[in-house]
Design a binder for this molecule. Structure first.
Ligand code: UDP
Length: 475
């Protein structure tokens, strides 16, 4: 077969975590809709969970050019990959996965008669070693980031923060302004820096991991970011000074929905979940009044202590608001089964608890009027596109940055970082769901409109995806 007549063959390699895997499946499907051949590479650990809980197999059946491939992250299957185990995964990827990744690309395993050898790699930019491998084997690589541009820019500026003496800091005054991040001088504080900056130690492993970002990311042909220009325009302009070839094509999950509604007669609901979704919460939401429910979820990685969990529970019940709360089985440390009566009664009356929810569907539900979130980037974008105001309780990494932008720059909600007190939680929920409801709803509505415009024909995300497709075809 004359292979030059075949479509491009893109290998997509996401960071093996729920958020990045989720958004990269959306990108994969967008590229499948353009007729591309896709090899989607996941670690064995992710693969097992996807087969168990997601619908990717049935969903991708209709794209004959799609194939799922697996690789080891170098860790034993039972290794904890959340909380503190996360850094060990990063280490293992860099040392062990690099060799396996190169072996996979040179083994010929991906070269079938019916498809071209891989013509382009799209890999998460935090796995900088994929660029070394791509250069070695002579395949063009585009990096992708599934964090916010504002957080990426903070990562890019880490060397500047060290040069200026703003990092490390040892005293406890977290309200000290940060002055050496261009574009953020007027509102950014120590407490808004990624959580690892608080360690007071330049040799902190997370800081060391993110320190080379400003030199690693520009090495690729281009950089895809899951965001949209109307949300992060000024910060994107800063990033372009280092990475001129940016493809801002987000919010990816909505971009896909939009394309499916235009291109296909029967759009399928997608689930890329690594936990079993409990859809009974949708039935519960169906019977709640419009905009009356606060949805509470802290994503796939955050963990909290039993004490924090109880503060949240009291705060939610005492706020008088209806609430839908996701409590992952592994998310509360030292949890015991005793529950005070006032909590179980308050929850029976106004609340609903699940272990994992179909979050996109929840946020799109008319009954949901607010989101108490850990400010993970996917959750933030999913909230923005549905016009749902947020209360932010960031856990780690990029979430401290995102929550500052939600509260202070975009004014889409309230930032509750570094507090965990039932009275504050109660007051903040009342403020979002009642006292300042109209103000936040109006802001969220405006941003939702801007997001939708970016995705529709002629909008920035729409055009950037077209450009990405063309650039990959030309490779
Ligand atoms: N999510 C979900 N059900 C839940 C909680 C989360 O489907 O009950 C999804 C959510 O829609 C998002 C992802 O899990 O796409 C979490 O990613 P995010 O970047 O917000 O946070 P992380 O889990 O990486 O901290």
């Amino acid at each position: 077969m004359d292979q030059s007549t075949l479509p491009p063959h893109v290998l997509i390699f996401p960071l093996p975590l729920q958020g990045p895997v989720n958004s990269m499946f959306k990108l994969a499907e967008l590229l499948c809709l353009s007729g591309f051949h896709i090899t989607f590479l996941v670690t064995d650990h992710i693969h097992t969970r996807l087969l168990k809980y997601s619908n990717i197999q049935s969903r991708f059946e209709r794209y004959p050019g799609f194939q799922l491939e697996t690789i080891s992250d170098g860790l034993p299957e039972d290794h904890p990959r959340s909380g503190n185990g996360l850094m060990e995964m990063f280490d293992s990827l860099k040392t062990k996965n690099k060799i396996l990744f190169k072996d996979l690309l040179t083994s010929g395993k991906l070269n079938l008669d019916s498809r071209r050898p891989v013509t382009c790699i799209i890999a998460d930019g935090i796995m900088g070693y994929t660029c070394d491998v791509a250069n070695d084997v002579g395949i063009p690589i585009i990096f992708v980031r599934t964090i916010s541009a504002c957080c990426l820019w903070v990562f890019f500026c880490l060397p500047k923060l060290i040069e200026s003496g703003e990092l490390p800091f040892s005293d406890n005054d977290l309200d000290t302004p940060i002055k050496s991040i261009p574009g953020m001088e007027s509102f950014f504080r120590r407490r808004d820096l990624p959580s690892f900056c608080r360690s007071g130690n330049l040799w902190d492993p997370s800081l060391q991991l993110y320190l080379p970002e400003s030199t690693e990311n520009p090495r690729a042909y281009g950089l895809i970011i899951n965001t949209f220009d109307d949300l992060e325009g000024p910060i994107l302009a800063q990033i372009r000074t280092l990475c001129p070839n940016l493809y801002t094509i987000g919010p990816l999950h909505s971009h896909l929905k939009y394309k499916l509604s235009v291109d296909s007669s029967s759009p399928l609901t997608s689930s890329n979940s690594l936990w079993k979704e409990d859809t009974s919460c949708i039935t519960w939401l169906d019977s709640q009044p419009s905009k009356s429910v606060i949805y509470v979820s802290f994503g796939s990685l955050a963990v909290m202590t039993k004490e924090q969990y109880m503060e949240f529970w009291y705060g939610l019940v005492n706020s008088g608001s209806r609430f839908l709360w996701v409590i992952r089985p592994d998310s509360v440390t030292n949890n015991s089964s005793e529950i005070p009566l006032e909590l179980s009664e308050g929850t029976k009356e106004r609340g609903y608890i699940v272990e994992w929810a179909p979050q996109e569907e929840v946020l799109a539900h008319n009954a949901v009027g607010g989101f108490l979130t850990h400010s993970g980037w996917n959750s933030t974008l999913e909230s923005v596109i549905e016009g749902v105001p947020m209360i932010c309780w960031p856990y780690f990494l990029d979430q401290q940055v995102n929550s500052r932008f939600v509260g202070e720059v975009w004014k889409l909600g309230l930032d509750m970082k570094d507090t965990c007190d039932r009275l504050i939680i109660e007051k903040t929920v009342r403020e979002l769901m009642d006292g300042r409801k109209d103000e936040f709803m109006n802001r969220a509505d405006q941003m939702k409109k801007l997001a939708k415009q970016c995705l529709s024909e002629g909008g920035s995300s729409y055009c950037n995806l077209e450009r990405l497709i063309k650039d990959i075809k030309d490779m």
